[in-house]
Design a protein around this ligand. Structure first.
Ligand SMILES: [Zn+2]
Length: 309
């Protein structure tokens, strides 16, 4: 999809620019690093390109997805894959799957915060939510097990006996806070914010993380299931301790900490977005100077040992 116009966002100010205006700008470099899709509720990053003919054009950055409502998403041209061969089951997600999703999220947020750094964007490429329909005769015989995320269920891979089946773990859709809309209600999402404040319930069975990005506030709730539901590694006491360490750090130091997390939405009120984090493994962190921490444990240890100041 090519664009004639882009939204330039810098220091909280927005400006709608025509593609031909961009090249004439004195702050050309800064502009091309901070241009976004003009579509409704979108905010996907754009790339400014020069054709051999000397003409300029704008295209979507490969690491970004258009928002659900964006008129430039071009989704109508795509068809959903025939669902005949899918078997749906409830299940949890493998640690490998979680780590891959978190790393994708960290890479995209890092790129969003530091657009000036040239990166291999292929690594951060997010799969689109729809796939091109295959002709019917090419559909494989192997059944595909489509996993519906259920934090209380076990891993499907450990339950199935037919090793021929392909397990397709549930998608967690990447959304920048400004892209989250009512259409994301009841979906699994992946997003990133700057942490403003963390409140840990003193009895240790609840926590709230207040975050913000691009002027959009998000409240993340860590319900009891976060502390007790997970069979993986960290104990409840440790989780509470680590969250408290992070809460104090955010409160008392100017260092900016960003959260990248997988989460679940209930019914979304766009003016008051609340998302739920059900598993400690879903958390990852990033600092302004690009230090990445793939878990709550890692960032808590870094703070405690004063590696992170
Ligand atoms: Zn868009």
């Amino acid at each position: 999809m090519k664009f004639n116009k882009a939204i330039y966002i810098y220091n909280g100010k927005k400006e709608l620019l025509n593609v031909n205006e961009i090249e004439k700008r004195a702050d050309f470099k800064r502009v091309t690093n901070n241009i976004f899709c003009p579509g409704k509720k979108c905010g996907a990053k754009l790339i400014f390109k020069k054709l051999r003919t000397g003409k300029y054009y704008l295209s979507k950055h490969p690491a970004y997805q258009h928002g659900e409502y964006c008129e430039f998403s071009g989704k109508t041209r795509l068809k959903r894959r025939n669902l005949k061969n899918y078997i749906e089951m409830n299940g949890n997600i493998s640690s490998r799957g979680i780590n891959r999703r978190k790393n994708e999220g960290l890479a995209v947020l890092d790129d969003f915060l530091h657009p000036e750094v040239k990166r291999n964007v292929k690594q951060a490429k997010i799969k689109t939510t729809t796939v091109l329909a295959k002709p019917d005769n090419s559909i494989s015989e192997k059944p595909i097990i489509k996993v519906n995320y259920d934090p209380n269920a076990g891993l499907i891979k450990e339950q199935i006996t037919n090793k021929n089946s392909k397990v397709k773990e549930p998608p967690f859709f990447w959304r920048l806070p400004a892209q989250i809309t009512n259409k994301d209600s009841n979906k699994n999402l992946k997003t990133g914010v700057k942490i403003k404040r963390i409140i840990v319930n003193s009895t240790g069975n609840g926590c709230e993380i207040f975050g913000e990005l691009q002027g959009v506030d998000i409240l993340f709730k860590l319900p009891e299931a976060f502390f007790y539901g997970s069979s993986r590694q960290t104990s409840t006491d440790q989780l509470v301790k680590f969250l408290k360490i992070l809460a104090v750090f955010v409160e008392s130091t100017p260092t900016e900490i960003y959260l990248v997390t997988m989460c679940q939405a209930q019914v979304i009120d766009e003016k008051n977005i609340v998302l739920y984090i059900l598993d400690p493994e879903f958390l990852a962190f990033l600092t302004k100077d690009e230090k990445k921490y793939s878990s709550l444990t890692k960032i808590a240890v870094a703070i405690s040992s004063r590696m992170l100041k």
